[in-house]
Design a protein. Structure first.
Length: 245
């Protein structure tokens, strides 16, 4: 009986020894703070390089918008990396091109092109709504080709239409430069429309213009400034129709 406590003491001592050995072994296998920081830096560099490959592939594919997004991610998430330094050399130009592409796409989407039957003939139209006023008060600028009526340009609004006696003049600006337009009302007088007298010169000037403003008066006496962002017009989508020129 007297030997039992001694055996317990030996067992406890042995267990403590094993625990200490395990702890020491763990301490020896654990990386130092310096090694951990180095490993993390290597991992970050690898991730930055993978993003850099994506950036370069996007540039090769002429996808500036994707390249701009990836480039901005690299600069923000890995600011001190070699990848970020490399990206920063071209990123400003890429971002500018991406911005221009996005704006071009927006302007292009403002235009609508249609071909279909219209009162005994076929018409082809290219039209755009005013960006000011917008919504329910927006006015549509329409370029039309019709097999019987020929080519015309007109504004189509809402309400009771526009005020104009005989040949009137619409005060207009093309990219900020004065460009008065001769106009007249349709003979029916029932449509909320007003026609531009010199359609061919108008279209020629419009194709070189990004923004047109027109000051018009409605039959209700309201003064309106119309703004059309016409820079996205694509003449190839405005299909010709056989008939009058």
């Amino acid at each position: 009986m007297t030997r039992t406590p001694f055996r317990f003491a030996l067992a406890a001592t042995a267990a403590c020894g094993l625990l200490l050995l395990a702890a020491c072994s763990q301490d020896q296998n654990s990386p130092s703070p310096q090694d951990a920081a180095k490993a993390q830096a290597q991992q970050m560099a690898q991730e930055a390089n993978r993003e850099l490959e994506t950036y370069q592939q996007a540039l090769q594919g002429k996808n500036d918008e994707l390249a701009a997004q990836v480039g901005e991610t690299i600069v923000k998430q890995f600011p001190t990396s070699e990848a970020a330094k490399q990206v920063q050399q071209s990123l400003p130009e890429v971002e500018q091109r991406a911005k221009e592409s996005e704006e071009k796409r927006r302007l292009t989407a403002l235009w609508s092109y249609q071909v279909g039957p219209m009162e005994g003939g076929t018409q082809s139209t290219a039209s755009i709504y005013s960006t000011r006023p917008s919504g329910d008060r927006a006015v549509r600028l329409v370029l039309r080709r019709h097999t019987q009526w020929g080519q015309s340009v007109f504004l189509f609004g809402t309400g009771h239409g526009f005020a104009c006696k005989g040949n009137c003049t619409i005060t207009a600006q093309f990219d900020g430069k004065p460009h008065p337009l001769r106009a007249f009302l349709p003979t029916t007088g029932s449509e909320p429309a007003i026609f531009i007298r010199d359609d061919k010169p108008f279209i020629t000037a419009m194709e070189k213009t990004k923004r047109i403003t027109m000051d018009v008066t409605t039959r209700d006496g309201d003064q309106q400034e119309l703004v059309f962002e016409v820079g996205g017009f694509d003449s190839s989508k405005w299909q010709p129709v056989s008939g009058k020129k």
